[in-house]
Design a protein around this ligand. Structure first.
Ligand SMILES: [Zn+2]
Length: 61
């Protein structure tokens, strides 16, 4: 059991091995109704994978 809870790690996040896969996931989520501008695929500095996350800075109504 890790006691390292500081910092922003990606525990629990689904990681994708390539950017193409992550982008494909974004595309699928958009097709399922997600807002295109609210999602992003990004390379993770912690695990080296790519994650799909919500773009910050947009307030929910
Ligand atoms: Zn990660």
């Amino acid at each position: 059991v890790s006691t390292e809870t500081k910092g922003r790690k990606c525990d629990g996040k689904r990681g994708y091995s390539t950017r193409e896969i992550a982008l494909a996931v974004v595309k699928r989520l958009v097709e399922q109704g997600a807002a295109r501008g609210a999602l992003r695929a990004y390379a993770c500095e912690f695990c080296g994978c790519h994650h799909v996350g919500h773009r910050p800075g947009r307030r929910k109504p």
